[in-house]
Design a protein around this ligand. Structure first.
Ligand code: PLA
Length: 411
């Protein structure tokens, strides 16, 4: 070994590596788990809990597990199972009777949940449009910029949220769509926007879609909460259907982590609507090549669960009902939390708790107020004030309201 190689070894390969910053969402879970206080509440990660604060395995998932028990597919038949999953997922997003579903113009691939679907698309985008940035709503799920940044795609933002009204800043949003360079990529949350819980109305989606046509922008929908905004899967896909009617080519990342409670199984779907069937074949083959080099195939068990639920009419009907139950419980907790704060004679307006939809309430609490909730009340949430309403229950809601009142009453 030469002297210089020895010197290199002594220096060490990883000496220049410093610790990465903590993820704002998973960091909250870690802190919550480390807290031993019996009153602690986790409003961090957007994972559904029942009214006892327990994680839920849906009955439709249990039924699907029973159906696939002993199946022959534990080896590597992921392609056939994946195709079934894609076939059923795209019906959910684009509509079961949509022409595009029958015409073979959708290039779809099973993906490692919503994150994996986004990552695949980001990689695909860079491969074929290396110069084009992607625009995210401000704010957005904090992992979006990480995903596209790691794929070497330039990231930008467009205005979305209005902090004073705690609603949509529609005029500013439209301005940013108009002012972006023609043919830009935009990531849109079709329902239950994370973190704000603020969605455009159908009429506003129509205007957005129209402006996208004028500007030839590409809409990429991240569908992570279908069913959680309205309790109805079709209603929650209305934005996608509007863009479809208007003749856009569309990209869609779908996740079953929340609406099937399968976070740990990492099941999702990426679909790209193409101009014709030939283009769809080419696009799919590129997506497959990207996935093959990154992780080959996703694990098969979750794919089997989701494709069984979606393709068996009885199990699917049960799922549709269970989605509604989850959405309704969250809605109920929104009302109760708002009423509780109003009963405490809070000096602040809490209307937005019930106006916003989906899993999250963008409370308006400041980072300092969040820090006090953590320190004094053992209530955990991200420092932007986002509360996962799925963590609120009949038994903890008044403790939560009191704590919020305590940290906001003198502001
Ligand atoms: N897109 C959005 C808008 C999300 O909120 C999330 C998850 C994903 C994609 C990724 O979903 P996946 O688990 O299917 O990959 N957001 C969660 C969890 C619920 C997380 O951050 O991992 C959240 O608490 O924001």
């Amino acid at each position: 070994m030469s002297t210089s190689t020895k010197a290199l070894n002594r220096l060490g390969w990883w000496d220049r590596v410093s610790p990465a910053s903590k993820d704002p969402i998973t960091g909250v879970t870690e802190a919550f788990l480390a807290d031993t206080n019996p009153h602690k509440i986790n409003l961090g990660v957007g994972a559904y809990r029942d009214d006892e604060g327990k994680p839920v395995v849906l009955q439709c998932v249990r039924n699907a597990e029973a159906k696939i028990a002993g199946c022959d597919f534990m080896e590597s038949n992921a392609t056939a199972v994946g195709s079934k999953l894609v076939e059923e997922s795209v019906k959910l997003a684009y509509g079961k009777d949509a022409n595009v579903v029958k015409e073979g113009t959708l290039a779809g691939l099973q993906a490692l949940s919503g994150t994996g679907a986004c990552r695949l698309f980001a990689e695909f985008q860079r491969r074929f449009h290396p110069e084009s940035p992607i625009y995210f709503p401000d704010p957005t799920w904090p992992n979006h910029p990480n995903i596209w940044r790691d794929a070497q795609v330039p990231v930008r933002t467009f205005q979305y949220y209005h902090p004073v009204s705690k609603g949509l800043n529609f005029a500013a949003l439209m301005d940013d769509i108009k002012n972006a360079p023609d043919a830009s990529f935009f990531l849109l949350h079709p329902c239950a926007h994370n973190p704000t819980g603020v969605d455009p109305t159908a009429e506003q989606w129509r205007e957005i879609s129209y402006q996208f046509k004028v500007k030839s922008h590409f809409p990429f929908f991240d569908v992570a909460y279908q069913g959680f905004a309205s309790g109805d899967l079709d209603m929650d896909a209305q934005a996608i259907r509007i863009f479809l009617e208007d003749g856009h080519l569309i990209g869609c990342a779908q996740s079953f982590a929340k609406n099937m409670g399968l976070y740990g199984h990492r099941v999702g779907c990426l679909s790209v609507l193409c101009a014709d069937a030939k283009q769809a074949v080419a696009v799919k083959s590129q997506l497959q090549q990207i996935a093959r080099a990154m992780y080959s195939n996703p694990p098969i068990h979750g794919l089997l669960l989701v494709s069984t639920i979606l393709s068996d009419p009885e199990t699917k009907a049960l799922w549709v009902k269970e989605v509604k139950v989850m959405a309704n419980r969250i809605q109920q907790m929104r009302s109760t939390l708002r009423e509780s704060l109003e009963k405490l004679a809070s000096p602040l307006n809490w209307e937005h708790i019930t106006k916003q939809v989906g899993m999250f309430c963008f409370s308006g609490l400041t980072a300092d107020q969040v820090d006090r909730l953590v320190r004094e009340f053992h209530i955990y949430l991200t420092r932007d004030g986002r509360m996962s309403m799925a963590g609120v229950t009949t038994s903890n809601v008044s403790y939560l309201a009191n704590a919020i009142h305590e940290v906001t009453r003198y502001n």
